[in-house]
Design a protein around this ligand. Structure first.
Ligand SMILES: Cc1cc2nc3c(=O)[nH]c(=O)nc-3n(C[C@H](O)[C@H](O)[C@H](O)COP(=O)(O)OP(=O)(O)OC[C@H]3O[C@@H](n4cnc5c(N)ncnc54)[C@H](O)[C@@H]3O)c2cc1C
Length: 471
């Protein structure tokens, strides 16, 4: 640990926190799956201090774990349990640097909390379309480093699609700064893409220029009961056509997920009178104050009902009712925790193959266990489904999860793989999916990743042990 002491002695003491009561909040991940340890958390106030930290770590070969809001679902932001790494939190670098309303862009420090950034855009009468369940805690640097998805991807794309420019401290402490909010810039390789989704393994993102969009003036939210999951693709197509591509969110909720939620929070109510096996939460929005969006959605629902694609549906009559619909969708992960947690599979396939994936994977689970609860939900407008398995109440949960992950999960991943899908739609690799990346990564990809990692971070100080499988 002498190396760590040398690093700490080179840094301004105001940015070093060694009090273990404070430090422990940075060493355990959000889902409490992994508890690491470190002697200090570093909280720089500006880019120069980040550079100073990285240079000191590089000189002393000390691993550095960048951290935003620590909401990673794959324990990517926590240090190892060996105590040989330091945590670098971006939380003090939380200043919006510039909003250019005419250019529809915003430039900010990477440590700002996502909901605060959304508010800054809204104050300028614009909108940042990145939105996810953890937005009160996650920070934009973390969102970029995980290439976060969320509820608006069907219309606005992943975090990567919103990035115009980036500022990164590289593993040797030098600065790559292309913080320009230009919409067109074909000057050489688009190197910023390397750092988006890299989970802190290639450098520390300190600033970003993001695209904004016009603020929505009308939003219509509907909760629909659908007869079968096979109809989601045509339902999405019809909704996009009827509303002039105004669909911002298209979320699937299985009745079993809804039931888990209603059991965990008995004060909540079903939004529709009759229960159905499948539901869709549909949201459409426009910046136009004059288009008749509600009329378009009412017509859509009537047509969907007539064609048998939906069996019931309701449009939120107030902002409160809209919030209630979203509350149901966003609290499913918490309901799973209430029931002892779940084995998670963050799958994406083409939307056209989604129903077939769910049917085949369901059969695999039901052939193995009749008592486990299948909690299936997700951003299906992007082909992303959270195919989660909640152990039976009577089971030894930890044992069930271990066995399931070892014996059944590979069969589920095999199905996704055969269908051209992925085992990691939006949560990333972290330290928990390294083996899956080796097994299911695209041809040549892991080798190329190793080449890039070796070239940029030859001493492997940037978030060691994550994302890039060892040779
Ligand atoms: C309730 C809940 C709902 C969620 N919903 C979604 C969802 O809908 N879609 C989705 O994609 N994810 C979702 N997530 C997962 C998580 O919130 C996202 O992955 C989020 O983008 C992580 O941001 P963070 O600031 O918490 O990053 P952290 O967890 O702190 O870090 C994530 C990774 O990025 C690295 N990192 C962090 N900051 C930087 C930086 N400045 N420079 C370089 N590397 C950095 C870390 O080392 C780590 O590898 C959800 C999580 C929760 C708890």
């Amino acid at each position: 640990m002498e190396a760590i002491e040398r690093v700490l002695s080179e840094l301004p003491q105001e940015i070093v926190t060694m009090d273990q009561d404070i430090v422990s909040a940075y060493t355990t991940d959000f889902r409490r799956q992994y508890a690491g340890t470190t002697s200090a958390v570093l909280r720089p106030r500006n880019v120069e201090e980040v550079q100073k930290i990285v240079r000191a770590c590089a000189a002393n070969h000390v691993g550095l774990v960048p951290q935003g809001g620590n909401t990673s679902y794959c324990t990517a932001a926590t240090p190892s349990d060996r105590g040989d790494e330091l945590v670098l939190s971006l939380e003090r670098m939380n200043r919006v640097r510039e909003i250019d309303a005419a250019n529809l862009s915003l430039t900010t420090d990477a440590g700002i909390v996502l909901s605060e950034l959304q508010q800054a855009a809204s104050d300028a009468d614009l909108m940042l379309p990145l939105a996810l369940g953890s937005q009160q805690s996650c920070r934009i640097g973390g969102n970029l480093s995980t290439n976060a998805g969320g509820i608006n991807v069907v219309r606005y794309g992943m975090a990567r699609d919103l990035v115009l420019g980036l500022e990164v401290v590289l593993p040797d402490g030098t600065l790559y700064s292309e913080l320009s909010p230009l919409r067109k810039n074909n000057s050489g390789y688009d190197v910023k893409q390397l750092f988006l989704g890299a989970e802190g393994t290639l450098g520390i993102i300190t600033g970003v220029s993001l695209k904004l969009v016009r603020k929505h003036r009308q939003t219509v939210t509907a909760f629909l009961a659908i007869k079968e999951i096979a109809s989601v693709a045509s339902l999405l197509a019809q909704a996009q056509i009827q509303t002039g591509e105004a669909v911002t969110s298209f979320e699937y909720i299985s009745d079993s997920s809804l039931q888990l939620l209603l059991q965990s929070k008995p004060n909540l109510r079903r939004p529709l009178q009759e229960a159905s096996d499948h539901y869709v939460l549909l949201e459409v929005a426009t910046a136009s104050p004059v288009l008749d969006l509600e009329g378009a959605v009412s017509l859509l629902l009537a047509e969907l009902f007539e064609s048998g694609l939906i069996t019931d549906g309701t449009i939120a009559a107030s902002e409160q009712q809209r919030a209630d619909f979203w509350h149901l969708r966003e609290n499913i992960p918490e309901a799973e925790v209430h029931h002892g947690g779940s084995v998670k599979h963050d799958i994406a396939v083409r939307t056209s193959r989604l129903a077939s994936f769910v049917e085949r994977a369901t059969e695999v689970v039901q052939d193995t266990t009749q008592d486990a609860v299948l909690s299936i939900y997700g951003h299906v407008g992007d082909g992303n489904v959270h195919f989660n398995v909640v152990p039976p109440a009577s089971a030894d949960r930890a044992l069930f999860k271990r066995r399931f992950e070892a014996e059944i999960s590979p069969k589920i991943y095999d199905i996704a793989y055969e269908m051209g899908g992925t085992f990691s739609a939006e949560y990333g690799i972290g330290r928990v999916k390294l083996e899956l990346l080796t097994a299911y990564g695209a041809k040549g990809k892991v080798e190329l990743m190793r080449t890039l990692k070796d070239a940029l971070d030859p001493s492997d100080i940037m978030n060691p042990g994550k994302v890039v499988p060892k040779r």
